[in-house]
Design a protein around this ligand. Structure first.
Ligand code: BEZ
Ligand code: MG
Length: 578
C-alpha cells in the first residue's frame, strides 16, 4: 500500500516511491469513450488482456499468467510480490520489487508475442523465458484468442434494431469485462442474477481478504480494531460481483451465509471467535435505493446477521455489536428492536442522497448542509420488522460511534472521480459521521480488481486516479478526440474531484494546481476545449475558482488572476461578445 514518504531513510524512501510509481504505471485507464455500435476500444488491447490474464479462471481451466511465471521461476506468490496487505512477506522489499518486475516483464513479452505472432509464439516465449509448461499456458492463450476475436466485433446495432422490431435478443450476463469476459459480445439482453444466491461462494471467498486487509490497515494506523464501521452498498456492484460487499459486511460481523438445499442463502452461521481471531465489528450499512429494490433477501440477511451477533454471549471487547446494543438498551432507553437496526436506505420508492446535486449546483453553505441532507435522505431503517421506518435519531446514534467508512470498488471501469455517486454516498456518509461522531472518520476504499487485497485511503485513491487518469495525456487526449462529450467528461472529472474536497477534505493543493496547469494554462488544450465545448470549459474554470473560494485550494494570486481572466473571456465567448 502507498506509504507516506519521509526522508528519514533515503533508500527506503526511494524504494517506496518506486513502488508507488509502478502502481501508477500498471493501472488500467480508459483512453477513449465507448461508441455505440463500434468494437470496444476504450482500453489499449495489450493492457486489457494483461489484466484479464492476471486472474485464475478455474471455470476455463486457466491459471493467472503472473502466477504461472512465479511458480515456474520458484518466486514467491505474485500477490506477495505485489505487497498484499494480508501476506507477511518472507523477502525484503527490493527482492519483492525485483521479483515482481521480472514476472511482469516476462508476462508482457509473452503478450507481445501473442499479439504479434499468435498463441504458439506466446507459449514458446513463456516456456523459454520462465520454463512455464506449455500444458499450463495453452488454455490461457486459447482463452485470450477467443476474447480478442470477440473484442473485434460488436452486436449492439443488430441488438438494438432487433429490440425495436420486437424480436428475440440473446441474453447475456451483465458484468465488467475483467470480472467476466463472457459478457462479450455486447449488444445482447443483459440480465442480472438470482438475489437468493447472494452472496455467492466465490464472493465470500474474495470478500474475506479484503475485509481483513481493511481492518489490518486500521489497526496499523490506530493500534486497535475499529468498534464501528460505516459501509456503502450498491446494487449494480453487487450484481457484478454476486454480492462481494454483502459478504464483506457479513465477515466483518463474523458470520457466514448458510445455504439451503436449493443453494439459496437463507440464514447466517456464526463464525466462532476462536476461528475469527478478532472482535466482531459493528457495521452500519448505507444501502442504495437500487440495492434495496434488487436485494430484498440480502437486506433481510444483513439485518439477521446483526441480530445473531448481538445475541451472542461473548465479552464486550470481542463483540462490539453486543456491546453497543446493550449500552443503548441499558443507558439510552432504546428498545432492543431499535438498538439493533443497522441497515439504512432511502424511504421506500426514493433513491439517492442528492448530496451530488447540492454540491455540483453549489447550493450549500457549510458542512452541516451536506451531512443533514445525507441523513434526511438515507435514514430509513430496514429489517425484520421494519420496511423503511423513519429512523433519523437511530441512524444518527449509530453514526456517532463510526470510526471508519468504506466502499468496495469492484471495477477498473469506474473510479471515484469518474461519476458523482461515489462522493454522494461515501463522501456524504463520511460527512454525516464527522458531524455525529464529532470527528472525521478514516475513509478507505478497496481495490478488489488488482491481484492481492488492496486497501487504499481516500486520499491515496484520489492521488492515484489524478495521476493515472486526470493528468495523464493518454486519457485527456483520448477524451479531447471525442469533442463536445470528451470535454464534458474532463469537466465532470474535475468537479467530481472537487466533490471529495467538499465531503471529505481529501484533495491536496497540488491536484488543483496541476489541473489548472494542464487544462487552463496550456493554451493548446484550452483552445481545443473552448472550441469543442465552451460551457464545460467555463464550468471547469469556475469549479477551480470555487475550490479556492471555499477554502479547499490555496492558490497564488497570480494563478487566481489568470483563472479569472480566462473565465471572463469564456463568459464573453458564450454571450457572443468576444
Ligand atoms: C447502485 O448500483 O446501487 C447505484 C448506482 C449508481 C448510483 C448510486 C447507486
Ligand atoms: Mg448518474
Amino acid at each position: 500500500m502507498p506509504k507516506e514518504l519521509t526522508a528519514a531513510d533515503p533508500d527506503q524512501c526511494v524504494m517506496d516511491l518506486y513502488e508507488q510509481v509502478l502502481e501508477v504505471e500498471e493501472r488500467l485507464i480508459p483512453t477513449g469513450l465507448h461508441v455505440f455500435g463500434q468494437p470496444p476500444e476504450e482500453y489499449p488491447l495489450a493492457d486489457l488482456l494483461r489484466m484479464v490474464a492476471s486472474f485464475d479462471r478455474p471455470e476455463r481451466g486457466c491459471r493467472s499468467l503472473p502466477a504461472l511465471v512465479c511458480e515456474a521461476l520458484r518466486l514467491p506468490p505474485y500477490e506477495e510480490l505485489c505487497g498484499a496487505e494480508t501476506i507477511q512477506s518472507s523477502i525484503d522489499q527490493p527482492g519483492r520489487i525485483a521479483g515482481r518486475e521480472k514476472a511482469d516483464g516476462i508476462v508482457r513479452a509473452a503478450l507481445d508475442a501473442f499479439l504479434s505472432a499468435g498463441n504458439e509464439a506466446a507459449i514458446e516465449s513463456l516456456s523459454s523465458l520462465a520454463g512455464v509448461d506449455a500444458a499450463d499456458s495453452k488454455p490461457v492463450f486459447a482463452f485470450l484468442s477467443e476474447l480478442r476475436e470477440k473484442l473485434a466485433g460488436n452486436d449492439e446495432m443488430r441488438g438494438l434494431t432487433a429490440a425495436l422490431a420486437g424480436q428475440y435478443i440473446e441474453p447475456s450476463h451483465g458484468a465488467d469485462i475483467i470480472q467476466n469476459p463472457d459478457i462479450l459480445p455486447t449488444g445482447r439482453n443483459i440480465h442480472a442474477l438470482n438475489p437468493y444466491g447472494i452472496p455467492s461462494a466465490v464472493a465470500v471467498q474474495r470478500a474475506r481478504p479484503i475485509a481483513e486487509a481493511l481492518l489490518q490497515r486500521f489497526v496499523r494506523e490506530s493500534g486497535r480494531y475499529p468498534e464501528s464501521l460505516g459501509m456503502v452498498l450498491w446494487g449494480l456492484d453487487n450484481i457484478k460481483t454476486h454480492g462481494e460487499s454483502v459478504a464483506q459486511a457479513l465477515w466483518l460481523l463474523g458470520v457466514e451465509p448458510k445455504r439451503d438445499a436449493l443453494r439459496r442463502v437463507s440464514a447466517v452461521e456464526v463464525v466462532p471467535l476462536g476461528k475469527l481471531g478478532r472482535p466482531r465489528i459493528d457495521v452500519v450499512m448505507t444501502v442504495s435505493g437500487i440495492f434495496r429494490d434488487l436485494f430484498s433477501p440480502a437486506m433481510s440477511l444483513l439485518d439477521q446477521a446483526v441480530r445473531a451477533v448481538a445475541s451472542l454471549d461473548e465479552p464486550a471487547e470481542m463483540n462490539f455489536v453486543r456491546k453497543h446494543v446493550a449500552r443503548s438498551v441499558e443507558f439510552e432507553g432504546l428498545s432492543a428492536e431499535d438498538a439493533q437496526l443497522r441497515v439504512f436506505s432511502n424511504a421506500a420508492g426514493s433513491y439517492g442522497s442528492n448530496v451530488n446535486f447540492m454540491i455540483l449546483d453549489s447550493q450549500w453553505e457549510n458542512d452541516d448542509s451536506i451531512s443533514d441532507l445525507f441523513v434526511n435522505r438515507k435514514s430509513f431503517a430496514y429489517g425484520k420488522h421494519v420496511h423503511g421506518k423513519d429512523a433519523r435519531a437511530l441512524m444518527e446514534r449509530a453514526l456517532s460511534g463510526v470510526e471508519l467508512t468504506f466502499q468496495n470498488i469492484d471495477t477498473t471501469e469506474i473510479g471515484i472521480t469518474y461519476v458523482d455517486h461515489y462522493f454522494e454516498y461515501l463522501g456524504g456518509l463520511s460527512k454525516a459521521v464527522e458531524k455525529h461522531a464529532a470527528s472525521r472518520p478514516k475513509i478507505f476504499l478497496s481495490d478488489a480488481i488488482t491481484p492481492g487485497a488492496k486497501i487504499r485511503s481516500l486520499e491515496e485513491t484520489v492521488r492515484l486516479e489524478t495521476r493515472s487518469r486526470t493528468l495523464n495525456p493518454k486519457w485527456y487526449e483520448g477524451m479531447l478526440k471525442h469533442g463536445y462529450q470528451g470535454v464534458a467528461e474532463i469537466e465532470h472529472t474535475v468537479s467530481n474531484t472537487f466533490g471529495w474536497s467538499a465531503t471529505a477534505g481529501a484533495v491536496e493543493d497540488w491536484i488543483y494546481d496541476e489541473v489548472a496547469q494542464t487544462f487552463v494554462f496550456d493554451p493548446g488544450v484550452l483552445s481545443r476545449m473552448r472550441a469543442e465545448n465552451p460551457h464545460a470549459a467555463r464550468n471547469l474554470v469556475a469549479r477551480l475558482l470555487e475550490a479556492h473560494g471555499r477554502g479547499f485550494w490555496e492558490a497564488s494570486d497570480d494563478t487566481l488572476g489568470q483563472l479569472r481572466s480566462v473565465f471572463s473571456s469564456l463568459e464573453d465567448q458564450l454571450e457572443g461578445v468576444a
